[in-house]
Design a protein around this ligand. Structure first.
Ligand SMILES: Cc1cc2nc3c(=O)[nH]c(=O)nc-3n(C[C@H](O)[C@H](O)[C@H](O)COP(=O)(O)OP(=O)(O)OC[C@H]3O[C@@H](n4cnc5c(N)ncnc54)[C@H](O)[C@@H]3O)c2cc1C
Length: 395
């Protein structure tokens, strides 16, 4: 496509910034409109597999990523009380050798900053803050993003990367009410100096037990332990990531679990326990109009059980760039993007929900059978991590 085309992106999260960086690097004119007064991220860790890391490397970010990330040795699915290993997925060298890039654990604010720095290096004027998108208008010649202050930004393509409550998605397909899963997630971090020496190997430990599971891994070159725990609890309905809850309730949720879990919980700062309700949304199959399209969580929000929401947003960024490169017609480019991304991301949404069921079985025998039937190591290697968004043939 003609490089003078003006591309408007709503939302400067991980997805919007990855798309902006990919498109700016190709030479397009890009402007990102973000509602927040400053660039930043909340939350703690994310896992980033080779299929997304390849895109970050393409953006010239390999050294900066390696500086702040942890390369885990493996996933270990463990039984909640005895710690018996139920299933193992090798990562580290095996992942890199099989899939062509590392598997990383990274703090959300670190990856966000690395992407934001790259975007601003490519064009220092490309991000506009304090700009809340409320919808858009389009005609045969252009598309305009409507902001809450009444202004309109005119361009050739609009990309809605405005997250799970996307205003752009609402306009394209109408409001899609979320289904509450009946599950809540706890999130906390622990500085390693508060833990016993050599507390845990550099792995991802996924502790599975009746009606709950906990995911533990290191961040920030091993200086911080990240703890996320999902619990079936239908009474807490607040979806906000910034609401704190009582530490004692977290402690009570994990009575009877392994000593390693108790040590982590006991060392969490009691004022720093966050909890939010997890909603699920069914996959949608129409992401676009002729000139506007959604990506990332705006298009395919997912439960976090396959650690692939941000990974899918980063893959989207690369495929969107390639689709825009491939066609002179905006509607055809957006259609190419959609048809190459819908099935894969729908599979993530559906399988993430199923993984939640697998992690919450009742006893050792059920877990043995469950993990026996679902060979996560083999399946994810075959279809999830092996995908290369920069090289996969586009249909
Ligand atoms: C507990 C948990 C653990 C997770 N772990 C992982 C993991 O290990 N690996 C992984 O890949 N993913 C993980 N995810 C998922 C991942 O965080 C999301 O999929 C990812 O952040 C989506 O990126 P996004 O840019 O599409 O949306 P967001 O990150 O939500 O960004 C949207 C941006 O748009 C802005 N915005 C919103 N509305 C407007 C508006 N109207 N106008 C302008 N701007 C707007 C927001 O301020 C924000 O900056 C996890 C999620 C959770 C909840």
């Amino acid at each position: 496509m003609d490089k003078s085309k003006k591309i408007i992106i709503a939302g400067a999260g991980i997805g919007g910034l990855a798309a902006a960086a990919c498109l700016l690097q190709e030479g397009y004119h890009v402007r990102v409109y973000e509602q927040a007064p400053e660039l930043g991220e909340i939350g703690a860790g994310i896992q980033c597999s080779a299929n997304a890391v390849k895109v970050l490397h393409h953006l010239g970010l390999a050294d900066r990523l390696a500086e702040v990330s942890v390369k885990p040795k493996s996933f270990e699915f463990r039984l909640y009380d005895t710690g018996e290993v139920l299933h193992k997925v090798p990562l580290a060298e095996t992942h890199e050798k099989n899939h062509g890039a590392p598997y990383y654990h990274i703090h959300r604010s670190d990856i966000h900053k690395i992407l934001a720095d790259r975007v601003l290096e490519l064009d220092p004027d490309s991000v506009v803050l304090n700009s809340t998108a409320i919808g858009f208008e389009e005609d045969n010649n252009s598309v305009s993003l409507k902001l809450s202050d009444g202004s309109k930004i005119i361009g050739d393509i609009l990309v809605g990367a405005d997250g799970i409550k996307s205003a752009i998605r609402d306009q394209i397909i109408g409001e899609t009410p979320p289904d509450f899963t009946g599950q809540v997630a706890w999130r906390a971090t622990v500085p390693v100096e508060k833990l016993p020496k050599e507390f845990m190997d550099k792995i991802v430990a996924i502790w599975c037990g009746p009606k709950k599971h906990a995911v533990v891994y290191y961040l920030r070159s091993g200086k911080v332990l990240n703890f996320v725990a999902c619990v079936e609890n239908a009474t807490w309905k607040d979806e906000s990531w910034t609401v704190k809850a009582d530490w004692q309730e977290l402690k009570d949720d994990f009575v009877g679990w392994n000593d390693e879990i108790q040590i982590i919980i006991d060392n969490i700062d009691k004022d720093q326990c966050y909890r939010w309700a997890m909603n699920n949304r069914k996959p949608i199959y129409n992401w676009r109009t002729d000139k506007a399209v959604v990506m990332g969580d705006a298009a395919h929000p997912t439960l976090p059980y396959m650690a692939s929401g941000a990974v899918m947003a980063i893959e989207d960024a690369a495929v969107l760039m390639r689709s825009i490169n491939a066609s002179d017609d905006v509607a055809e480019a957006l259609d190419m993007f959609q048809r190459n991304r819908v099935d894969r991301t729908a599979r993530i949404v559906t399988e993430s929900t199923e993984h939640g069921d697998l992690y919450h079985l009742s006893n050792r025998q059920e877990f043995e059978e469950g993990f026996g039937k679902k060979n996560i190591a083999k399946e994810r290697g075959e279809w999830l991590y092996s995908y290369d968004p920069l090289a996969v043939p586009l249909i």
